[in-house]
Design a protein around this ligand. Sequence first.
Ligand code: ATP
Ligand code: ZN
Length: 407
Amino acid sequence: MTNTPPREPQILEFANSPAIPDFLIKDVRAKLAYIDEAVDKASIVEDGARIRLVLKSVPDESLQKAIEDKVARVVTAMVKGAFEPRLRSLEDHMDRLHAYDRDPMDELLAEREVVREGNGYYTLGPKLSRLIDYMESRFLWLAGEMQAEPYRFPALIPAEYMERVKYFSNFPHSLSFVSHLREDLEVIEDFAQHACCSHGVVDAPDHSMAAPGAMLTPTVCHHLYYALADQTIPMDGMTVTAYGHCFRYESSNMISLERLWNFTMREIIFVGPESFVKQGLEKVRKKAAPIFADLGLAYRIENASDPFFIGTFTNQTAYQNALELKFEIRALLPFKNDTVAVGSYNRHQTFFGTHLNIHMENEELPHTGCVGFGYERLAFAFVAQHGTDPKGWPEPVRAYMDDHAVC
Ligand code: ATP
Ligand code: ZN
């Protein structure tokens, strides 16, 4: 890797030798956002041959060197030993007609249907909220068809649990920590008198905050597995459904409704024998197809892997790919001629059974699996394909909007 002199004071460019292969470009670019706080934007250009970083300010020589070393570390760790994943498509409806091909975000922001509260979190107005209510009503029906039992989970999850299921080592970059002031009268009074919000962050006196014992939860199904820790489950398995807020800090990768820090999901979760989990997921996929048809959504379903951090990336993605443990519902975003995952089918084999000491009545470890539908991305892909005016939306959606309009 060679560092060429900056073309503009705040831009650093690096040549990659050999070039980053096509199938890794998105994953490497996503990780570059986390290498240094000075990085504002990362891109990989010239077919993977060069990395371009836009920095927040002009770097001095030692910062340039430090960034160069970190880029080299990320690229080496992710490219070495990587192999091209085998892609298999389970469904392909990419040829569904779409009437719209602009980025809907500008219009949504202009009409205040989407209001930005902070980096990666937004308020949604009545139009998108009703659209999501429609989707939720359809997925709730689907959960009912699967005889799923409803659960409600908290938005917090214990740090101890996250460590037990290896979340700290697999996804450290996306964790969101929850703290509070230490229980100490002086600390609390000192905070009340001196703390302020400066440059968008709380500027508190040193040592005011307690070490975080809880995290904002990154996903829904983990709460069910935690509730089943040290328990025995029936031989014929469990089917559960829940809706929840999820939190994944995605740094400068957070753009529009496509990639958020705080998003919501409906999951249907299976715990039991392997065949029960596999068949459950397959049944959901078949029953979900008419819902996506009513949404008029152009999408395909293909296998994928989770966004592991660099330390475990290569091994874990290879494992998931070889065993086809994850399939994503990838919806078309016509304005960028790309797709985004709006949902996923996941199998974890006996991972949670093993780490949480869950057993079936015959003492064997249960398998687990889940399907998650991400509502903000579904709504975003939907308006990216059909536009922001409900008059142009598919008939079943319009009918729901009319029925649920305020008179
Ligand atoms: P990606 O690879 O795009 O980061 P993912 O496929 O790893 O996402 P899953 O862990 O499978 O995501 O989560 C299930 C669903 O949750 C996704 O299909 C998507 O709809 C939604 N989702 C995940 N991360 C985000 C995010 N940062 N912003 C908005 N929705 C998200
Ligand atoms: Zn899940």
